[in-house]
Design a protein around this ligand. Structure first.
Ligand SMILES: [Zn+2]
Length: 145
């Protein structure tokens, strides 16, 4: 493999535990114990920007992102949802889908900002996030994405 894919961690690995996938993308659980319910939607192939994708693929990818956001919201009832596509370190199209709570470690900053406290995540929230990850595949499958 040569070119940008050679050094791309999202071409070489899943980027987390795969919860669901289709031909276009995969949904992975992010292993961040302080941020329960954090998932990513990762494009299956290497593309740098959303505008490098054909319009039909952009629409399909965003349909998955929004379906994931809906499922996370319904399952966890966070105070806010954060959607982000950065890719400065890993320039391979992926979306972060992050439930936020007023008492989470980084709130109201982005999750990449310095933590404001280190209080533990409420156990009920961690449990709900684990259940959300279990029910997410069927919820997405039901949509026929
Ligand atoms: Zn890549």
């Amino acid at each position: 493999m040569t070119g940008p894919r050679a050094a791309c961690e999202l071409c070489h690995g899943a980027g987390g535990a795969v919860l669901w996938q289709n031909d276009l993308c995969r949904v992975v659980a992010v292993d961040e114990p302080g941020l329960p319910g954090f998932v990513r939607v990762v494009l299956a192939r290497h593309e740098r920007e959303m505008t490098d994708l054909p319009a039909a693929d952009r629409d399909r990818l965003m349909a998955v992102v929004f379906a994931v956001e809906s499922h996370v919201r319904k399952s966890l009832q966070p105070d806010k949802m954060n959607l982000a596509s950065l890719g400065n370190l890993t320039p391979h199209v992926h979306w972060h889908v992050i439930p936020r709570w007023r008492d989470d470690r980084h709130f109201p900053g982005p999750v990449w900002a310095a933590a404001r406290h280190d209080a533990p995540v409420p156990p009920a929230r961690a449990g709900a996030a684990a259940r959300m990850a279990v029910t997410l595949p069927a919820a997405l499958a039901a949509l026929g994405l």
